[in-house]
Design a protein around this ligand. Sequence first.
Ligand SMILES: Nc1ncnc2c1ncn2[C@@H]1O[C@H](COP(=O)(O)OP(=O)(O)OP(=O)(O)O)[C@@H](O)[C@H]1O
Ligand SMILES: [Mg+2]
Length: 430
Amino acid sequence: MYKVVEYRDVITSKDADTQKRYSMIEKLSRDFTIENKIALEMDRLLVEQLQLEHDLPASSATKSIAEKKTAKKSAKDVDEIFQELFDALKKHQGHPINEEAVRELVQTELDDIRLGFQNLNDEVKKVLSSQQQIIRYELPAAVTTSFRRPTIPTFQQIVDDVVLGNNVMLVGGAGTGKTYLAEHLISKIALGRQHITINCSQWTSPTEIIGGQTMDGYVEGKLIEAWTNGYVLILDELPKIDPNTAGLFNDALAKTKIHNAVIFNARKESFTKHEHFACIATGNIYPDKESVIYGANNKQDLSLLDRFAGSVYFIEKNPTIEREILQNDLVWSISDRMRTAIEELKYEAQVSLRFMQNARDSYNLEMQRLKTKAKGGVEASDGKTFKSTLDSYISTFTEIQQSNIKGKIRYTDLFSNYEYREFDKDKNAY
Ligand SMILES: Nc1ncnc2c1ncn2[C@@H]1O[C@H](COP(=O)(O)OP(=O)(O)OP(=O)(O)O)[C@@H](O)[C@H]1O
Ligand SMILES: [Mg+2]
């Protein structure tokens, strides 16, 4: 009855697993006079394996057998097989076969069976497939207008991040150009998108973020506006926000790149994301700790910081950009010399691009007045000058500090006698 008997001679040369199966079939079939389904099934499989091993390489043959075997024995079949086996045993009155021993034997064999997705029946497969979540990341086409690319080393990476739907954080000292970069260069010039800015501070309220009732009725939050209209949400000076308030961004910023993601406003109304929604935060520090120099910056929750992981850029002072923007090397070189002095003296202060621009504007006004002096009007030295701008800046230091800074920038030569007026504005003063 058992085909494998024909292979009795070759079995001894086979691997341990095959030999084990063969001996099980022998044990199961011994003394049986009626059909034993388990033994028959095992017999069929083993014969199939032995036949295949003649034609195919061992590994693929074993694999195909394993697949067939697992495919045959679904949980339901096994129960049925057990039942039939025990029924048969009961009918076999007075025979010394031990039910427990057979159960153990069969169980040992079944333990080796590994079920894969392909072995499940169609109904189960369908249910499991419907549980699978398809997450679609949107990669909106970047609308880039033609413009002169700023000489900011990481500029392209930041644009890429926004297009990919990554939240960006720009970190750097005061007046290094973070806000301008986010609002103007990235959002408007590079991507042609509108932006909406939340100027973060400890007073920033949930109303400004997700909306709320005001004296004038319900006002929608800026996060919701940006989300639905596809604006770039600029979180200016994010580290200054109260960490609890910042938590309101967590949900949305976790879904920046998820197509059609939904968030809720203060009235629990739902809003679907516009494909162009993006978020750029700026800050003087990376807010994973309190700052001594930038006192108003708070240590923010790690969950918020994780929303920006991989897209944090440190925007440092950049002399090339500064000179390009200022178009006045004289003002730049004096400002830069002062910045170096402050750094060397380890004073807690910044000489920002913003200051340099103000100094440059004063210089231009002063020079304008000098030129038109003949026509009357304000005396150049009575109005705002490069010197008065610098004096104002230096006056914020202590007296000792002032004299140290002045010493380092050759103040007396350059300013006491307005020597700088004689210099070419396109030339370095040093
Ligand atoms: N690439 C640029 N081209 C022209 N002007 C720029 C550029 N970058 C910055 N600026 C100017 O420099 C000044 C400082 O820039 P900005 O306000 O963006 O600095 P910030 O890093 O945001 O400073 P803060 O930390 O104090 O907010 C602004 O007047 C801005 O207009
Ligand atoms: Mg700023």
